[in-house]
Ligand binder design. Structure first.
Ligand SMILES: Cc1cc2nc3c(=O)[nH]c(=O)nc-3n(C[C@H](O)[C@H](O)[C@H](O)COP(=O)(O)OP(=O)(O)OC[C@H]3O[C@@H](n4cnc5c(N)ncnc54)[C@H](O)[C@@H]3O)c2cc1C
Length: 435
């Protein structure tokens, strides 16, 4: 299958028919409806999809979604806000659609989960029982892992790795920067949320500066030497933001770890990043993307391994630490799957199928998973990568030859269509989450 045909195929199966198309045909089995209570912790990319599909596939279930925020701001496409391509409002969604489906939506924070007693305590003081719990809290930052960078520092030096006020803070700093200024973005080592996101950010900030402050520069300081879709990014960077982008004359420069990109400390007062050899990079705007770990509730519940992420059984996404709790999305260890919104939604459907199978007393089907990731180099230049994943010998692995990546040297028309596909992806997945 050609790259573009493969993407069209994936696009076709990416909608509501995904569960059936992926062979999770549990709804086809003759069995009595089950009565049980499932609590979903976190209403983001993983949790919203899990809550919706639990109710869709087993309407008799009592599904409770607990999420502190009344409206969810999508992280995907939030880099476009930095380039003035869209507003945060266009990325904001509420939970009314899920409530209309009969899901009980509670806007509160889960303070603790008692896996033995199967109880969830929310900060309002209430305790709720569950038969099964789905945990999709996303990430937390490892504050202090980069010396001098903690939550307080992020109020001045934004991370903007959770869309919302942090995105606005970074966008305003870029708008207020003088022409000729330097924007420095620091990128952590793997694993972290959205592997291609920092490079999209570098490209889109460069796009904005090229238009409004053309004497400025963007420097990406990276704690690694390799990254997702690297040849496509490097080609796009060179094409749009510098003749020889690796030379310091280019508007956008990427410094890998082997050339001193790994940042050890941050000085908030002087907006300076210092690398592991002591070299200082003084920025006009500094954006620190810190090292990450599973969301706090995963830690307090004892769902994490020594690295701070949640190990799961890949056929069910049930935690290997505690029974009847399924961890999906960025918080879990998902083998070859990247930490992305699409991965989280795909894992949500597999977890839902496994939960319903177990409540019906049957074995879950063998799952397959999908991820597609669209990135923006300029408003007319998109690139993408897709992958299909299966469980093999207990590991979650990519199926060789089943995914695809945008070709190098594609025509401008092809690159433009990729932008349209990316925007259509966002529309479809947010509709799948919230409508
Ligand atoms: C700049 C950027 C660009 C990105 N672009 C893309 C992209 O193009 N495509 C893509 O697929 N992915 C992209 N991603 C990645 C994507 O956003 C994440 O992978 C995805 O959001 C993970 O879903 P999740 O459910 O694990 O976490 P989230 O979507 O973050 O949801 C977690 C939710 O849990 C809630 N929560 C946390 N703790 C608790 C608690 N104790 N009680 C109750 N609720 C709680 C939070 O409030 C939050 O709403 C991007 C990310 C960033 C930062």
């Amino acid at each position: 299958m050609s790259n573009s045909n493969r993407r069209d195929f994936i696009k076709t199966i990416g909608g509501a028919s995904l569960v059936a198309a992926m062979g999770l045909g549990i709804s086809g089995r003759a069995s009595a409806a089950v009565k049980a209570k499932v609590i979903v912790v976190g209403g983001g990319y993983g949790g919203a999809v899990a809550a919706k599909y639990l109710k869709l596939m087993e309407p008799g279930l009592d599904v409770v979604l607990i999420e502190p925020k009344k409206s969810f701001i999508s992280h995907p496409s939030s880099n476009e806000v930095l380039a003035g391509m869209r507003t945060l409002e266009s990325l904001t969604f509420d939970y009314k659609g899920l409530a209309k489906r009969g899901i009980t939506v509670i806007h509160d924070t889960v303070e603790s989960i008692d896996p033995a007693a199967r109880k969830v305590k929310i900060s309002g003081g209430k305790t709720l029982d569950y038969d099964r719990c789905v945990v999709s809290p996303g990430i937390d930052f490892k504050w202090g892992a980069v010396k001098g960078y903690d939550e307080e520092a992020s109020k001045i030096i934004p991370h903007a790795w959770m869309a919302g006020p942090q995105t606005t803070l970074l966008a305003n700093q870029i708008k207020d920067m003088k022409d000729g200024g330097l924007v420095v973005i620091t990128v952590p080592d793997n694993p972290y949320r959205c592997p291609p996101g920092p490079y999209e950010r570098g490209a889109l900030i460069s796009h904005y500066l090229k238009k409004h402050k053309p004497h400025s520069k963007v420097l990406i300081l990276d704690a690694k030497d390799k990254f997702s879709k690297q040849p496509l990014w490097l080609q796009g960077f060179t094409q749009h933001y510098g003749e020889q982008f690796e030379k310091s004359g280019a508007m956008l420069e990427w410094i890998p770890a082997s050339k001193g990109g790994e940042v050890e400390s941050i000085n908030v007062a002087t907006r300076t990043a210092t690398n592991v050899t002591g070299k200082e990079f003084k920025a006009d705007v500094l954006n620190v993307i810190p090292p990450q770990q599973a969301g706090k509730i995963a830690h307090t519940t004892g769902l994490v391994n020594a690295k701070g992420w949640c190990p799961v059984n890949f056929t069910t996404f049930e935690s290997t630490m505690h029974k009847n709790i399924h961890v999906i999305g960025d918080a879990c260890v998902a083998g070859a799957m990247p930490k992305s919104g699409y991965s989280a939604a795909s894992q949500a459907k597999v977890a839902v199928a496994a939960i319903i199978a177990s409540l019906r007393g049957v074995e879950p089907d063998e799952p397959s998973f999908i991820n597609a990731c669209y990135s923006v180099v300029t408003p007319d230049h998109g690139i993408s990568i897709t992958g299909i994943y299966r469980v093999k010998d207990g590991q979650l692995v990519e199926v060789p030859g089943a995914g695809g990546i945008s070709p190098m040297n594609a025509t401008p028309a092809f690159r433009k269509i990729e932008i349209a596909h990316g925007h259509s992806w966002l529309k479809n997945i947010t509709s799948e989450m919230f409508d």
